[in-house]
Design a protein around this ligand. Sequence first.
Ligand code: COA
Length: 401
Amino acid sequence: MTSTDTTTDTTGATRGGGIGIEDLELAASHHVLDLAQLAEVRGVDPAKYTRGIGLDEMGVVAADEDVVTLGASAAERLLARSGSEGVRTLLFATESGVDHSKSAAVIVHGLLGLPSSVRSVELKQACYAGAAAVQAAIGIVARRPEEKVLVITADVARYGLGSSGEPTQGAGAVAMLIGADPSLVEIEPVSGLYSADVDDFWRPNDSTTAMVNARLSISAYKNALLGAWDDLQEQGGPSAEDIEAFVYHQPFTKMAVKAQQFLAQRSGAELDPEALVQGAVYDRRLGNTYTASLWAGLASLLDHRPGLDGARIGLFSYGSGSAGEMLTGIVRPGYMSSARAGSAVAALDGRVPVTVAEYEQLHENQFGSSEDVETPRVTTAPFRFAGVQGGARVYERNSED
Ligand code: COA
């Protein structure tokens, strides 16, 4: 285990400077599908899903939910707990954006009632955009340490019905507050980078489901992981032995197991498999959440693994297409929080189960913006997508909240 120098502030809390994650919060969809039920209907051994790909459930959005409502719900709970003082930037990372021009960030800005003096923008590079947003946020805070940045990662993963990607769908959001002298995880300045133009996964502008070359997506992930790792080493980053636990982008949690094997081979280090279990608790239940997947993994690790005070962790972000980044962070003492963990479990446990037939109907019911429509009132989350009026999407605070 490694640790940074720390100081004790006037409240008695141990703080160590730097910039990173002050707090984070997870939001889940209104519905959930048990993958054992999907396996039964598709004529597949349920163990293929639970053990073979490492998923138990997948989040399914209600007709009045999307990435905006998921992201806004996570952000509202985060700011209620940690405050919005100093927030002057809102970065929204997603690959299931609701408009080609207007950002989800601006809509969330309005729903949360943030001041007009908050810049709001959306970032895209498949599942990687969350890490890019965190790095951009750190840059902003480095220039003005009194500022904070609200980073939202939110996605709804959709593949075709009956396709090989079908069990690796899901939905969820993680909102993070980035600031100086953070109380949760300090992100270290050096990271490992990798970019390569690959057609392993993409979603054309006129398609509601993703195209994926499954085998290529796994080899492209591997190339990005090893490329980013090699770059981290060249940049003078820590060796694998100096990293207590890794969290990987996990579109399905077996992918993290594969990633750890690839990294162990490359680095020659013996890597602790236990951290993968503790970092997979939420993703096993959310399914794939694209940009939010890594950060839900981080939330899961912090909520389930004691003894990380002052420890260095590795965070690998991968986005098909492709971009990878290996970040490292130092976990702050006192990082475990029953309020944060309780909120995540409540979001997951509070979901309403759907049958496979109900899921299939929701999957097919996609609202375009060419026709005005009023969505059924289903979600009990703080915000809902009310429908389309005059071609524009309408969002509202949920009166049932
Ligand atoms: N019990 C236990 N394990 C089983 C099993 C059973 N009855 N049947 C199959 N498995 C295992 C396989 O051995 C395999 O494990 P391995 O990868 O360790 O060898 C795993 O389950 C998946 O089986 P496979 O035949 O490869 O599944 P698939 O062809 O249906 O595809 C994905 C799996 C993940 C590639 C597919 O769901 C997909 O395309 N997902 C979207 C793309 C994606 O997320 N890519 C990741 C990089 S971004």
